[in-house]
Design a protein around this ligand. Structure first.
Ligand code: DOR
Ligand code: ZN
Length: 443
């Protein structure tokens, strides 16, 4: 369901806007794509659409720093439009699109093409440019031109920038460009083609594992390179306790180091690959990179998220076709489709008392917006419900039980090891740039 931008009055909900330290039962008025007023008992202008939010939390729309759309090149897995629909259903109103498309988003022309195709979809799409040409790790892209074309960060995600001298030069250029290098922290010399976490489960299954040190090696290297260059290092999808410790230390020293964790690393361990019964599962839907880790790592991710060492929950939404997963484990694609289950995973941590509601919403809104300095120019106020901010709003249930059922998702990627799991939390409706792009409320 969608409506043209005009006036929308969201009334009767509990407004939670961590950036403004607001948590109270008030109304939100949207006019022409901007937040116009926030306060008690607002009156709707003539012609306004009224959205009843009784029993729901009204939050800023979510910002995802890490989404894989498969366009251009792999539209059978996801298109920009289908990914944006999935985002809307997940409460996300801004998604940052990773450049591992085909061709890779390594030139201003390709970035421009993505932006053109993203114009009328159900959320805002901010492109991430590639660090190296073709993501081959050999030659730097024209980083300044990518930024000029609209790239909000650069990344060779899917792979680390493994060549240290190339990474060093990238950080040196980026210091003047004011955008981060979003690094996939995996040292290939250590991970050596491992298909899951290196530990007790990989040993039992007879699968090649990648150890936690593969992640830590690049985290430590990039902290050093970013510090020397005076640039920002954003550590993507951090999954292990030692990496989080290194990042916490760097932040404590005042370095420009930001990070994100994924919903799946907050709720699943490497046991998901093997299953819980006597028969070994080899669940390819649990094959993801970085891999699902140990229980201690999961707890460390939750603790770091709660403590604010982690800026953002980012989905690493990685949709794949069924054929990419219905094969032997070694041959299966890495990745979990995550936009439409993210809120339920995060809110389940709130429900179990591991995270406050305000922290949960912060890490999905202003946390990521600030981490990448996205709230500037015409996006000033992004991630907040402040007057003048873009009219991006998520209406959330914090107590409704939800079963993860990817068959009904908007994403073309049905690949999730959470299928069939029962979680707490539902995205009831989403307003993106002043338009109702998702309305799942009962009428
Ligand atoms: O699991 C993953 N899937 N990890 C990555 O780094 C890439 C991603 C993808 O593009 O499918
Ligand atoms: Zn990714």
């Amino acid at each position: 369901m969608s409506s043209v931008p005009g006036s929308i009055l969201v009334h009767g909900g509990r407004v939670v806007d961590p950036a403004s330290k607001i948590d109270e039962k008030i109304d939100v008025l949207v006019v022409d794509g901007r937040i116009a007023e926030v306060g008690p008992e607002l009156t709707a202008p003539a012609g306004a659409v009224k959205v009843a939010a009784g029993g729901l939390v009204v939050a800023p729309g979510f910002v995802d720093l890490h989404t894989h759309l498969r366009e251009p090149g792999q539209e059978h897995k996801e298109t920009i439009a289908s990914g944006a629909r999935a985002a809307a259903r997940g409460g996300f109103t801004t998604i940052c699109a990773m450049p591992n498309t085909d061709p890779a988003m390594d030139s201003a022309a390709i970035i421009d093409g993505v932006l053109q195709r993203a114009k009328d979809v159900d959320c805002r799409v901010l492109p991430i440019g590639a660090v190296s040409k073709g993501r081959r790790g050999e030659e730097l892209t024209e980083l300044a031109a990518l930024r000029e074309a609209g790239a909000v960060a650069v990344s060779d995600d899917g792979d680390a920038v493994a060549d240290t001298s190339l990474a060093r030069r990238a950080f040196e250029y980026l210091a003047d460009l004011d955008i981060p290098l979003a690094e996939h922290c995996e040292d290939p010399a250590i991970s050596q083609g491992g298909v899951m976490h290196d530990g007790a489960v990989s040993a039992r299954l007879g699968l090649r594992g990648q150890p936690a040190s593969a992640e830590l090696s690049i985290v430590q290297r990039d902290i050093a390179l970013a510090e020397a260059a005076g640039a920002q290092f954003h550590a993507c999808h951090i999954s292990t306790e030692p990496s989080l410790q290194a990042i916490a230390d760097a932040r404590a020293r005042g370095l420009s180091v930001t990070t994100e964790v994924t919903p799946h690393h907050l709720c699943l361990t490497h046991d998901a690959v093997a299953g819980s019964g006597d028969d070994l599962l080899y669940d390819t839907d649990a094959k993801v990179n970085p891999p699902l880790r140990t229980e201690a790592d999961v707890q460390a991710c939750i603790d770091a998220l709660a403590a604010g060492v982690v800026d953002a929950v980012a989905t690493d939404h990685a949709p794949h076709a069924a054929v990419d997963k219905q094969c032997e484990f070694d041959a299966a694609a890495f990745g979990i489709s995550g936009l439409e289950s993210a809120w339920a995973v995060v809110n389940s941590l709130v429900d179990s008392g591991r995270l406050t509601l305000s922290a949960a919403i912060e890490r999905l809104t202003i946390g990521p917006a600030r981490a990448w300095n996205l709230d500037r120019g015409e996006l000033s106020g992004l991630g907040t419900l402040q007057v003048g901010a873009p009219a991006d709003v998520a209406l959330l249930s914090t107590d409704a039980v939800s079963r993860v059922e990817p068959a009904g998702w908007a994403s073309m990627g049905k690949n999730t090891p959470l299928a069939g799991h029962t979680l707490i939390g539902v995205v009831a409706a989403t307003i993106s740039q002043g338009r109702i792009v998702w309305d799942g409320r009962e009428h």
